[in-house]
Design a protein around this ligand. Structure first.
Ligand code: SF4
Length: 463
């Protein structure tokens, strides 16, 4: 995952840029980068795997002059990229995945292009994107050309002498929103970056839309298209609770999702809890609907620990998960706990850490309620990091069938016996009293967009 932020201000933008980018820290834990444009480009990139974005850039940002700038928090590659092209110099940040990167890379090499920012044994995806764009007649033409050429999903910000070009990927999987603050403008992946900096959302980019942000406002350069496939997982897990996408609040979706789970549930329990942070909104909704008390038998020790989902290695993810959650014995002892979780990916952290901590604190029963159906397919668009082998549901199917299945259709339907057996297998593996997944229909209803406007590939395998 990655988060993008850009600002065009009346004076130097660096302080706004620093905080606006920092508000995307929940989307990545590996690399942070800023670029500003005054008389010339200034650029700083840091490894943020061992310290927070803000502290890494706290002093350097003051030496980055210019009224326009872009920033990124990334789990994938060093950026911003600075590049010279026939239509001028620009700095580029991007979020998403180029599925056919190797094919395009070889094609560009054969045409004489060169690459200087190799990353993890291949081209740096943002540099590859910059090179594709540079083949256009101008920047907008280059972005449109890149959108046509790329299979996958890419949103980007390009910092130029004219201002910041913001382009949302052609199916809108990753959002981009424009904010205004008294004649100054910002663009963000997450609207949680806006309120404390004084920005109000004035525009949500459509899929494929390209807008130029300059001191005179937000000027449309390409209308985009009407087909949309917004990532449903943004509302369920990856997005910040204070954000909204397509005008729909993340926290309110989570509340509705929890309410829906409670309406279908008949389990006897003493309290409702959420696995912090993203399970919290679902749990509050569940508690409101069920009239059971919402309590916190598990709390997160926030300082110094990021998300246990974003680091690239399983070892680091497990370490973060182990250290950050603390069980409270006085609340857990002897209790029948409904524990809302955003999703079950591998199930290993839930089993080895969360459930064990609650049991160790004396919980009598643990009823897990994930806010989405079983994850069956790994994300193809770089919005999550899992692989098919490690998904808990796939492990269950493998165990029940004796091998991997080419066709898992019966396991996708919650009304089938196979689905029930799969859920029972996962519950037993987790060592919990019961497990009941959110239904696909209830998840979609909680988001409030029609099914054809959402990417549901994680659950259905359909693009
Ligand atoms: S595959 Fe899943 S995580 Fe990826 S964009 Fe689609 S819904 Fe989001």
């Amino acid at each position: 995952m990655s988060g993008l932020f850009g600002a065009v201000t009346k004076g130097d933008c660096a302080e706004t840029l620093l905080y606006g980018t920092d508000y995307h820290s929940h989307l990545g834990t590996e690399i942070g980068g800023l670029a500003t444009l005054g008389d010339h480009f200034s650029r700083v990139i840091h490894d943020i795997s061992q310290s927070q974005f803000k502290s890494k850039f706290a002093h350097e940002y003051q030496a980055m002059p210019g009224p326009a700038g872009i920033g990124v928090i990334s789990d994938s590659n060093p950026q911003p990229i600075l590049i010279s092209s026939r239509f001028g110099d620009f700095a580029l940040v991007s979020a998403g995945l180029i599925e056919n990167a190797q094919e395009i890379y070889r094609e560009l090499l054969s045409q004489g292009d060169t690459f200087s920012e190799l990353h993890r044994g291949g081209p740096n995806p943002t540099e590859l994107l910059a090179k594709i764009i540079a083949h256009g007649r101008d920047l907008v033409d280059g972005i449109e050309y890149a959108f046509e050429k790329i299979e996958g999903s890419i949103s980007l910000l390009a910092l130029t002498r004219e201002g910041i070009y913001a382009a949302r990927d052609r199916l809108g999987r990753t959002p981009l929103l424009i904010g205004e603050r008294q004649g100054e403008f910002a663009v963000a992946s997450e609207t949680c970056a806006f309120p404390n900096l004084g920005f109000k959302t004035i525009k949500i980019l459509r899929p494929g839309e390209i807008v130029l942000l300059s001191p005179s406002g937000a000027q449309a350069h390409s209308d985009g298209n009407h087909r949309s496939q917004v990532c449903a997982f943004l509302w369920i897990y990856t997005g910040h609770p204070a954000s909204s996408y397509e005008g729909i609040s993340v926290e309110m979706v989570r509340n509705r999702s929890g309410r829906a789970m409670a309406r279908r549930d008949h389990v006897q329990a003493d309290l409702v809890a959420g696995v912090p942070d993203s399970g919290t909104g679902h749990a509050i909704g569940y508690a409101m609907e069920s009239k059971l008390p919402y309590c916190r038998p598990l709390v997160k020790y926030t300082p110094g620990y990021g998300r246990s989902y974003t680091p690239p290695s399983q070892e680091i993810r497990d370490h973060v998960a182990k250290m950050k959650l603390i069980a409270i014995e006085e609340i857990s002892q002897g209790q029948r706990i409904i524990l809302c979780e955003d999703s079950i990916v591998r199930g290993t952290q839930l089993k080895n850490l969360t459930v064990q901590k609650l049991k160790g604190a004396g919980a009598q029963e643990i009823h897990i309620r994930p806010a989405c159906p079983p994850l069956m397919f790994p994300c193809k668009f770089a919005l999550s990091t899992r692989s098919i082998e490690e998904l808990a549901a796939r492990r269950a199917i493998r165990a029940l069938e004796g091998s991997d299945l080419a066709d898992i259709t019966p396991y996708l339907d919650e009304r089938t016996e196979k689905f029930s057996k799969m859920v029972d297998w996962i519950a037993e593996d987790l060592g919990v009293t019961s497990l009941r997944y959110q239904t696909l229909d209830d998840m979609i209803a909680a988001i409030g967009l029609s099914r054809d406007k959402l990417c549901l590939y994680c659950w259905t395998g359909e693009e």
